[in-house]
Every structure is written in structure tokens, then in C-alpha cells.
Write a protein that binds this ligand. Structure first.
Ligand code: DHB
Length: 332
């Protein structure tokens, strides 16, 4: 293991170190992790897009045991989103095309202030059509009080709203550089798996100054109703999430661990401690949970944290850090 790998998690943004006030797990317990100077009481986080539209729902997720909360993706202006149907439940996941509905950066500021009362770090998810617009929204979200910015560079279908800005290394680098210049808190880049090489995009994010990579966003997909002879979603295409995409997410995180030195946050189909362990052993320091909150309820955060604790006790691990990337030959 190189020194670069060892120090991967302790790289900080300019923000000072803060602690989660989650009452269910002590910030000093063996589940606690540090991400870009932000201390999480345990490595589970709420993913963007589920139960994160209001301060109240985010507080309920914090109380359920999440180590951190990612807000809904917020843009400059309010957006109504796509018409219905915008979500369909499939055998192994959800396909959705909400169309990034949100109240706009000014309208959302009060929800961030409220969410902070939950006592866990709040990460502001941001989208936009250009690097300048994204930097502006990031700045306003920082002013609203978020502890880090997550750049949604990967909405799989909303034209002009994130799919393009995240699709080439040049654009990813430029968005990250401008966002970094506009805020003091850490900046995370959430990348798309709908690309030939997620590692090339991640390396560009790292060059642009991103403090962490979040992988993966949803996989672009489609469902057709044979009776109606038409696509189920009004938008036709959507993003697939849930158990079906976990092997894709784990593969991406594994590749990213060898491509970048900044911390990686795994997301895609996590609903049990074993799922979280796959991501951690592939190279993630924390995991985000979205679809499982929809399918299994808020208990999912507590059950994953308890399952991780039990696995670590049984297998002699004293910290999450000790397990990060151990599925790689160089870390075994
Ligand atoms: C939407 C946004 C996403 O980032 C995603 O992965 C899927 C759907 C949306 O708002 O439509």
C-alpha cells in the first residue's frame, strides 16, 4: 500500500473538522469515519433524491441513524420536473425520471438550516447546465450552511442539466475547478456510470480539485408497457437504481480506487451491511443509501451500522479505515 492510499481519507477541504452529533453511534466508535475533514459517526449516508426535500424529512433520516445527509439536487431556479409517470418499480430496482424538481437555491436555503438541527453533516447536492451556474449554486448552498457540496454531474437524462457537464473529462475538470474556487467547504464529484471509463472522469475531477468522488449515479434505462405500446416513463428514459446496479457500482469503485487518490463514496444498491462491505472493500470510505430507504424504510441505516459493527467484531477490525480497499491485491 502506498502512502498516498494511506492518507486518502484524511485529505481535507478548506473547511474545519466537524463532528456528527448523531446520538446512536459515538463519533469515537469503531464505525466512525473521517471524510475530507468531516467526521461521520458511521459510514452510512442518505443519497440525494430520497426523503431530502425538506428539513423535517432530513431530520427524521438523521434520527434514524444516518451518518450524514445529502440534500435533494438543487439548481438555480425552481423547477417543476417531468410529468407523471416519473417512477416505476421493477423487479430489482427503481427506474425514475423526476426531472430534477426542486424549489431553487434561494427557496431551499431554509430547509438546509432546518436539516442542520438533525445534528449530522448535511451535504448539498447541486446541479446546473454550465460550470458557472453550478459554481453559483454551490456558493449559495454553502451560505445556507451545508458542510460539503456534492456536484451532480451525472443525471442520466435531463438535457442541459447535468448529463452533458459530466460527460467529458474536460467539462468535469472545469466544473470542479470553478466550484472549488467558489466555496470553502469540500467539493465532491458524483459521477456517471454511463461512460466508457469512469476512471478518466474521476481523474479529471481530481485534477480540477475535487476532494472526493461519489460513485455511481443511476444507470440510464427504459421500460416499455406492451399493452400500451409505449414507454412507461413520460420522459421515456430514466435512471435505474437499487440492487440491480450494485455490481456495476462495486466494479466502478474498485476501478476508481486504482485511478485516484482522493476518497471515494460508494452508492448504488446498498441495503445491507454486506452490500456496504462490498463497497468498502472495493475502496469506499462511506456508502450512500437511496432506493433501500424507499423499499425497506428508515431502519435501513441502523441495521447496516449494526451489521457492520458485528462483522468488524467477528473479524477483528477496529476501524472502517482498516477495511477500505482490502479486496485489492496490494491491500490484502
Ligand atoms: C434524476 C436525477 C438523477 O441524478 C438521477 O440519477 C436520476 C433521476 C431526476 O431528477 O430525474
Amino acid at each position: 500500500m502506498t502512502e498516498g492510499r494511506r492518507s486518502r481519507g484524511s485529505q481535507t477541504g478548506k473547511g474545519s473538522s466537524i463532528s456528527s452529533g448523531n446520538p446512536r453511534w459515538s463519533p469515537m466508535s469503531k464505525l466512525s469515519v473521517e471524510l475530507c475533514g468531516i467526521r461521520l459517526s458511521n459510514p452510512t449516508m442518505l443519497a440525494a433524491g430520497v426523503l431530502d426535500e425538506t428539513g423535517k424529512t432530513m431530520i427524521s433520516v438523521a434520527r434514524a441513524g444516518a451518518g450524514a445527509i445529502v440534500t435533494k439536487s438543487i439548481g438555480r431556479e425552481p423547477r417543476a420536473g417531468h410529468p407523471n409517470p416519473c417512477i416505476v418499480e421493477l423487479e430489482f430496482g427503481l427506474l425514475n425520471a423526476m426531472g430534477l424538481p426542486n424549489p431553487g437555491m434561494v427557496g431551499f436555503a431554509g430547509e438546509v438550516a432546518e436539516a442542520k438541527k438533525g445534528g449530522v453533516p448535511v451535504i448539498g447536492s447541486v446541479f446546473g447546465g454550465t460550470d458557472l451556474e453550478i459554481a453559483e449554486v454551490a456558493h449559495v448552498m454553502e451560505k445556507a450552511g451545508v458542510d460539503a457540496i456534492e456536484l451532480n454531474l451525472s443525471c442520466p437524462h435531463a438535457k442541459g442539466l447535468g448529463a452533458e457537464v459530466g460527460s467529458t473529462p474536460e467539462m468535469v475538470e472545469s466544473v470542479c475547478r470553478l466550484a472549488k474556487a467558489s466555496v470553502r467547504v469540500p467539493v465532491w464529484a458524483k459521477l456517471t456510470p454511463n461512460t466508457a471509463s469512469i476512471s478518466v472522469l474521476a481523474a479529471a475531477a481530481e485534477r480540477g480539485g475535487a476532494d472526493a468522488i461519489v460513485a455511481i449515479n443511476t444507470v440510464k434505462g427504459m421500460a416499455i408497457c406492451p399493452e400500451a405500446r409505449m414507454p412507461v416513463l413520460a420522459n421515456r428514459f430514466g435512471g435505474l437504481s437499487g440492487p440491480a446496479i450494485r455490481p456495476i457500482g462495486v466494479r466502478c469503485v474498485y476501478e476508481l480506487f486504482e485511478a485516484v487518490t482522493i476518497p471515494i463514496i460508494g452508492v448504488g444498491g446498498v441495503s445491507t451491511a454486506r452490500d456496504a462491505l462490498e463497497y468498502i472493500m472495493a475502496g469506499a470510505r462511506a456508502v450512500q443509501i437511496g432506493t433501500a430507504v424507499w423499499t425497506d424504510g428508515l431502519e435501513v441505516f441502523g441495521s447496516i451500522a449494526e451489521g457492520l459493527d458485528a462483522f468488524m467484531s467477528k473479524n477483528g477490525y477496529d476501524s472502517i479505515e482498516q477495511m477500505v480497499g482490502v479486496a485489492h491485491p496490494a491491500r490484502r
